[in-house]
Design a binder for this molecule. Sequence first.
Ligand code: FES
Length: 306
Amino acid sequence: MTCTVKFLPHNISVAVEENESLIRAAMEAGVHINASCGGTGVCGKCRILLEEGALEGGVSEHLSGEDREKGYRLACLSQVTSDVVIRIPVESQVDTSRLNARAGGRHTAKAVYSDVDELRQDGLFIPPVEKIYLELPPATAGDNQADMARIINHLRIHHNEHRLTMNLDLIRKIPDLIRQGDFKVTATIVRPVREDGKNEIVNIEAFDTTARNFGIAVDVGTTTVYGQLLDLHTGEVLAQHGEFNSQMSYGEDVISRIMFAEKGDGLDILHQRSSKPSILSSGTSLTRPRWASMRSPPLPWRAIPP
Ligand code: FES
């Protein structure tokens, strides 16, 4: 039998199989309930109020007799056995309002400013992502090297860039892009973090686009996923956005999540609900309004390989 669970004050409903755990139903509905212990019934923080219908279980020593009479239950110990209306009390909700608040300045921190151009000249600043404008020699009967080799050789000889790679998708686009730009193109190079890694040319654009260079920095935390869209020329923060890590409903701390992963299909569930949706959501939230306001098409964003 299928049961409908309605969550208030979110006003979100979800259909689940009879006997499904209420906390799983909340996860399905995308409603975050504070579940610090990952659903083991230990922390007592997943209190919910049953407003209509009936639940199986949900009673614990964390609830007083008065609480139980009022209809309070623990979500992680409750099974859905009928259509129900559930209110998430404010103490069990995850407060998202503070996520996107700007942090105040750190008055005790001492800021040290460096001149990036000077550091670059001294060889002390090597940006992990760099755009380089190239004026390539046109193809002639006497210079008939392949387009990819033309770009790589030019970067090697004129810009001292070595150990370069490109993926097949980009290689396929190069002939059109080079001719579209009349052999004037901009290459975006991503440098590896590891010493033995290779420099990857991740994008080729027609003409000089070096004035437009943006990056997204993402901090993937146990609790929150937070990202900033940055102008890589000026360091200006153009937009920032935070989301709760979607794994949080399976335990507030890493130990609780490890315990959840060891139970039944817990590991698969954590994989499915890994922080990736939060990262993508955060990245999309960062870029969409910003690109819209800049009237520029969204660009593909790439992770820097480790
Ligand atoms: S008691 Fe339910 S999540 Fe901790």
